[in-house]
Ligand binder design. Structure first.
Ligand code: HEM
Length: 284
């Protein structure tokens, strides 16, 4: 196989087939596809995406004239940071910059993006391929699922990330992007490292989804372990919800409201018990 020269776009598609299947099948993504996405889960993943795209696009800007990346520079068509800023304001309110969570797996992903941008810019293509072609492929389906499951308005508010207003035909754009990838001059050694980096990029996404799923389970049990205090400190609670109340539709799922404030539930239950005992004592 090493003797057959192939286009980078083909190599990457083939090399990431297995990790792509793995990514589709992590619990968080499986649930998402079944429409079992909660507001808290959605907010978490969107906040992570904000940090990831902010880092990715910062590194893209630093390397936009570097020949190892320049042919792939499509800020108007692809860049997501501004869209995610709108989404953050919708989901977390005007003070989103101080309140959005920044999970360890997100930090890990962001660290790698900066490392690549600063030290190995020839690998940046692996990350832009993994994210942008992925967004252009599955994004529209995920948008519809989110819209339905979270009962969001048809106007697309809160879902700017999924909309590419400057791309009329995603299939054609993906073709153009692949053609541009294939113009990058690369030695076989660099091609190999780019391929490995693309697999790493998928694994960073998988690690993130697994982490978020774990956080959601912990929060539903009302248990945020001490090593996750950073989350409470940053956002008050995992599920601090500043968006207007909406009536959930769609398939039955774990109710967000029942899980919204485990601490509050505890305090209320305790207060009720104390009041009952006090009335009992008074009545004696
Ligand atoms: C719910 C999970 C997912 C579904 C249902 C899904 C679905 C798809 C579909 C239908 C395609 C088009 C395949 C084709 O044109 O031949 C695709 C392509 C792609 N997806 Fe996903 N995907 C998912 C998750 C992910 C994740 C998590 C990533 C990475 C972060 C990703 C990255 C990609 C990439 C890079 C491509 C382009 C492949 C290529 O043409 O070279 N996908 N996906």
């Amino acid at each position: 196989m090493e003797n057959t020269p192939k286009d980078l776009s083909e190599i990457l598609k083939e090399a990431t087939k297995e990790v792509h299947t793995q990514a589709e099948n992590v619990e968080f993504m499986r649930n998402f596809q079944k429409g079992q996405v909660t507001r808290e889960g959605f907010k978490l993943v969107m906040a992570s995406l904000y940090h990831i795209y902010a880092a990715l696009e910062e590194e893209i800007e630093s390397n936009k004239q570097n020949p190892v990346y320049a042919p792939l520079y499509f800020p108007e068509e692809l860049h997501r940071k501004a869209a995610l800023e709108q989404d953050m304001a919708f989901w977390y309110g005007p003070h989103w910059q101080e309140t959005i969570p920044y999970t360890p797996a997100t930090q890990h992903y962001v660290r790698r993006l900066h490392e690549v941008g600063h030290t190995h810019p020839e690998l940046l293509v692996a990350h832009t391929y993994t994210r942008y072609l992925g967004d252009l492929s599955g994004g529209q389906v995920l948008k519809k699922i989110a819209q339905k499951s979270l009962a969001l308005p048809g106007s697309g508010e809160g879902l700017a990330f999924f909309t590419f207003p400057n791309i009329d035909n995603p299939t054609k754009f993906k073709q153009l992007y692949r053609a541009r990838m294939n113009t990058l001059e690369m030695t076989p050694e660099v091609k190999h490292r780019v391929t490995e980096e693309a697999k790493t990029a998928f694994l960073l996404n998988i690690e993130l989804f697994e982490e978020l799923q774990g956080l959601l389970i912990q929060d539903h049990k009302g248990q945020i372990p001490s090593q996750m205090e950073w989350l409470r400190q940053r956002s008050g609670s995992l599920v601090q919800d500043t968006t207007p109340e909406e009536i959930p539709r769609g398939k039955p799922r774990i109710s967000t409201s029942s899980s919204q404030a485990p601490l509050l539930r505890w305090v209320l239950t305790l207060s009720f018990l104390m009041a009952t005992v006090a009335v009992g004592i008074y009545a004696m």
